[in-house]
Write a protein that binds this ligand. Sequence first.
Ligand code: LMR
Length: 317
Amino acid sequence: MARKKIALVGAGNIGGTLAHLIGLKELGDVVLFDVFAGVAAGKALDIMQSGPVDGFDSKMVGAADYAAIEGADVVIVTAGFPRLPGMTRDDLLTKNAEVITKVAEGIKTYAPNAFVICITNPLDVMVWVLQQKSGLPPEKVVGMAGVLDSARFRLFLAEEFGVSVEDVTAFVLGGHGDTMVPLTRYSTVAGIPVPDLIKMGWSTQEKIDAIVTRTANGGGEIVKLLEKGSAFYAPAASAIAMAESYLKDKKRVLPCAVLLNGQYGMNDFYVGVPVVIGDKGVEKIVEVQFTEAEKAAFDKSCDAVKKLIEDFKKLGV
Ligand code: LMR
């Protein structure tokens, strides 16, 4: 079987971590693209040199020319600026809109058949721009957010219940911003929904509410601690789970930002919902049933994304 080609656009902390994980999981060969050619080439060579120790043969090259991503099977986009303490993700709109527009042109020209995963913030708008400007089919352009937000939710719930993260499932839907919607009703320990666990006396509503708030602020908590940038290990791991499901046709059910066209009563914008990812990309959008309160929270989150798309349109990029 031919080795897969994975292009990483952006050779910062997330790009380097992605390349390392791709090597460790033997998912394919890597092109690490960055406008800073030396950084891309240096990181690619450094990670490839860990291969003999870790036992992987992935070829890794750096590049500053989009031609190098030609024919990529998967493209993961991390290019752009991270936020700093005191900023919201939305504050990155103006700076990152231009970056993503250029990336979209590069993908359109050189990797039109790729499965594209966007990580750049503000996520839901940037992935929408990437799809619009590249013209790739919507089922092949997705945003990484829900997997990351749900991973944070799972970790905090596992700590609260004193159980393995492996036995905790959780869903966070909506936009990847302050209005995201962690759904406790759809979160479980070994299949037992969190509200039932509260009834069983295993936790309290107050403690779960605090975990929901901590999850929604999860990115900001890391930004504050790091002082000079944002999270990269968990975002990279989350994007790799999505890429792996595509490359291996695993058909995992993962919360991702996808283009809604009628689903959830929404149209023509990206927001996080559960989807099935297989070798055709997004193969199914799962429409979960909401309570009135959940629906109101989801609508509020969608409204925040819609407003940001309007702000993007005013930029005239
Ligand atoms: C995250 O959630 O970690 C990322 O969106 C980065 C950020 O700015 O919070």
